[in-house]
Design a protein around this ligand. Structure first.
Ligand SMILES: NC(=O)c1ccc[n+]([C@@H]2O[C@H](COP(=O)([O-])OP(=O)(O)OC[C@H]3O[C@@H](n4cnc5c(N)ncnc54)[C@H](OP(=O)(O)O)[C@@H]3O)[C@@H](O)[C@H]2O)c1
Length: 269
């Protein structure tokens, strides 16, 4: 199997590196293509994959093609590459808001998998949701899943609506966590801790809480009850959050991202 990644920016490179580090592909079966001279120069010192600046030299060879350009570049990309594609190739899109149908129509192909990755893929801790066109077989889908899993974990969702929904949870989600971290950092600094100590206090608190959550079957609500005793400090903080409706505001934010993903899909259609 030969894999080509089109677009060597943040996401494309992350996936190429994830696949390169896995045992799934050997080096000569991984290709990357970008049109930016600057990017091509920066890749010249990397030995994990073959780098191409001409689509005709790599695309016809590929069995699986990752599409990792910005959504607003997809029309131009389709025009440039459509004469080099064939109907046996599987196209895996990482592009937010671009529908399976748009890719099928734009490239005149059938086998398309649409996915929504997230930023922690850069450290092998990403989560990617994906769904497929009916022309993609079970065996092909399993192979794609294995490729996606090289950057973390993946979940198959039943239709494209859930791709937009996962944009609101996991795609945009790292920013919600950073928002919470930033608020706690600012509180720590205001209490007089140094930058260094504030960072450790906040990052270890997040990491530890996530680890506890992952190593048990308990819900976050149960963990909150375990930390908070009646009349205690944690209860005071949680009561303050409840009084200020923080939980509902966070849910509203996730829905705002979901709605925006749906809206972007319509704009691109
Ligand atoms: N970054 C994230 O956290 C994230 C999360 C979820 C989904 N995504 C999706 O991932 C995709 C890629 O995002 P990104 O942040 O990695 O973008 P990026 O850093 O801008 O990378 C895209 C690369 O593709 C190149 N490119 C553009 N048009 C091309 C063409 N026709 N042929 C070959 N290369 C081309 C760009 O070159 P130029 O710079 O010269 O245009 C750039 O090097 C997007 O569709 C986005 O929706 C990203």
């Amino acid at each position: 199997m030969k894999v080509l990644v089109i677009g060597a920016g943040n996401m494309g490179l992350t996936y190429a590196e994830g696949m390169a580090k896995s045992a799934m592909l050997n080096r000569k079966n991984l290709m990357i293509f970008d049109k930016s001279a600057e990017i091509l120069t920066s890749l010249s010192s990397i030995d994990h994959f073959d780098v191409y600046d001409k689509i005709e030299d790599c695309l016809p060879e590929a069995d699986v093609v990752f599409l990792a350009v910005k959504p607003y570049h997809c029309d131009g990309l389709f025009e440039e590459i459509k004469s080099y594609v064939n109907n046996q190739q599987i196209f895996v899109s990482l592009m937010a808001g671009i529908t399976i149908k748009k890719i099928q129509d734009g490239l005149n192909v059938k086998k398309v998998v649409r996915s929504m990755p997230n930023l922690p893929a850069q450290v092998g801790k990403g989560v990617t949701s994906y769904t497929e066109a009916k022309e993609v077989s079970r065996v092909e889908l399993l192979m794609i899943r294995n490729l996606l899993d090289t950057t973390g974990e993946s979940i198959r969702v039943k239709n494209e609506n859930f791709i937009d929904a996962s944009t609101g949870i996991s795609g945009s989600g790292p920013a919600y966590v950073f928002y919470f971290m930033q608020s706690m950092l600012e509180a720590a600094l205001k209490m007089g801790f140094s930058q260094h100590d504030s960072k450790i206090l906040v990052s270890q608190t997040f990491e530890g809480a996530v680890e506890l959550f992952n190593q048990s079957d308990l819900s976050p609500n149960t963990w909150m009850e375990r930390v908070a005793s009646k009349g205690g400090t944690t209860r005071a903080a949680l009561d303050s959050m409840e009084d200020n409706n923080v939980k509902e505001l966070i849910k509203d934010a996730a829905y705002a991202a979901f709605d925006r993903a749906v809206e972007l899909g319509k704009e691109e259609a």
